[in-house]
Write a protein that binds this ligand. Structure first.
Ligand SMILES: *[C@@H]1O[C@H](CO)[C@@H](O)[C@H](O)[C@H]1NC(C)=O
Ligand SMILES: *[C@@H]1O[C@H](CO)[C@@H](O)[C@H](O)[C@H]1NC(C)=O
Ligand SMILES: *[C@@H]1O[C@H](CO)[C@@H](O)[C@H](O)[C@H]1NC(C)=O
Ligand SMILES: *[C@@H]1O[C@H](CO)[C@@H](O)[C@H](O)[C@H]1NC(C)=O
Ligand SMILES: *[C@@H]1O[C@H](CO)[C@@H](O)[C@H](O)[C@H]1NC(C)=O
Ligand SMILES: *[C@@H]1O[C@H](CO)[C@@H](O)[C@H](O)[C@H]1NC(C)=O
Ligand SMILES: *[C@@H]1O[C@H](CO)[C@@H](O)[C@H](O)[C@H]1NC(C)=O
Ligand SMILES: *[C@@H]1O[C@H](CO)[C@@H](O)[C@H](O)[C@H]1NC(C)=O
Length: 275
């Protein structure tokens, strides 16, 4: 009896918590954050990644992509349209930004070798009201967008797009401060710190693979099974087996964590009162 009423109350509590956290923008941001960890971009490329805005990346003929989406070289040959939606009304997006895209190579790549820079624009501005367009029109295009160009059979490369705030102390290195610097290898985090850029406020990534048509998912991969414990995903970082991340499996995570903790507390409380 008590158990029954407890479970009824529990389901109400569950939906209450769910409704409270059912903010589409916040959920999408949380999904991106989780995917960066599942793809081991965190901590191998970025020590941490705490986006405060949602990045929409729209490739011509594709539409907005989802994090980790598998795309072909042809689909991403032209620069995407990018827009930003703040997580909530207390996130203020002011000033100029730097937009960058790098090739973080396959999962397991030691990032100390650097990353190929496919896009680097300083003085990017955000235009619009609720959804802000990332406008490079008046920016300094250090490296113009260059679509992926990767070797056949080199695995699923992770292309990472980040938007970083430029504080007044922003000072890029001399050889990366003028337009028309071609695609080359640099060290993203070194560039961020020496230029005095802020931490990325938004990001997105996609996969491109040349050669093999189908995804190779390692059956022993610990990445997918560690979804609810992002901290353990680094356990497989030594594996050099290229694998694709499964988007569908990850979506519910943001909610189930939020819902489960109070629900467990409620059950404990209910059974405690029952005694
Ligand atoms: C929560 O969001 C999903 C889509 O993200 C929507 O289908 C659902 O109706 C929303 N639920 C509530 C209670 O707002
Ligand atoms: C707004 O979003 C920021 C960044 O994600 C977060 O730190 C903050 O707690 C949020 N504030 C509210 C009121 O939800
Ligand atoms: C994204 O691209 C599609 C065409 O591919 C277009 O119809 C749509 O309006 C674009 N959305 C945004 C938000 O730019
Ligand atoms: C949900 O996100 C929108 C921005 O898309 C924001 O205006 C609103 O305050 C958020 N609501 C909650 C409850 O965080
Ligand atoms: C990456 O390579 C550097 C230099 O070779 C080495 O010091 C570092 O330990 C390596 N990192 C990982 C995670 O293997
Ligand atoms: C932002 O960039 C523009 C050039 O596009 C520049 O004129 C302006 O001074 C910059 N603003 C800040 C706050 O740095
Ligand atoms: C943002 O970009 C979209 C797609 O290119 C365009 O339709 C819209 O007018 C732009 N909005 C602003 C405020 O620039
Ligand atoms: C810029 O200069 C640094 C040395 O200060 C060098 O390591 C780097 O390769 C140069 N980058 C470019 C794009 O020329």
């Amino acid at each position: 009896m008590l158990l029954l009423s407890a479970s009824v109350a529990l389901s109400f509590l569950g939906s209450f918590v769910y409704a409270q956290s059912n903010n589409t923008t916040a959920l999408k941001i949380a999904t991106i954050e989780t995917q960066f960890t599942n793809a081991q971009l965190v901590p191998s490329l970025l020590k941490t990644f705490r986006p405060s805005a949602l990045m929409n990346v729209n490739f011509s003929g594709i539409g907005p992509i989802s994090p980790g989406q598998d795309l072909t070289k042809q689909q991403v040959a032209s620069a995407p349209e990018i827009s930003i939606v703040p997580a909530n009304s207390s996130v203020s997006l002011q000033g100029n930004y730097t937009l960058v895209m790098v090739d973080a190579n396959v999962i397991g790549t030691n990032q100390s070798v650097g990353q190929t820079r496919h896009l680097l624009v300083n003085d990017v501005t955000l235009t619009g009201s609720s959804s802000l367009n990332v406008s490079t029109a008046h920016g300094v295009a250090v490296t113009e967008y260059a679509g992926p160009s990767l070797g056949k059979g080199s695995g699923a490369h992770r292309y990472v797009i980040l938007l970083l705030p430029q504080p007044s102390s922003f000072s890029p290195p001399a050889n990366l401060s003028k337009p028309n610097v071609g695609v080359s290898v640099f060290h993203l985090t070194e560039y961020i710190s020496t230029s005095h850029l802020g931490q990325p406020i938004a990001g997105m990534y996609f996969d491109v693979e040349q050669g093999t048509g189908t995804a190779t998912v390692s059956p022993t991969s610990s990445v997918v099974t560690s979804i609810s414990q992002p901290g353990t995903s680094s356990a497989s970082s030594s594996s050099s087996t290229p694998r694709k991340s499964s988007n569908a499996a990850i979506r519910p995570v943001g909610n189930s964590v939020v819902v489960t903790l109070p629900a467990v507390a409620f059950v404990l409380l209910a059974s405690y009162m029952c005694l």
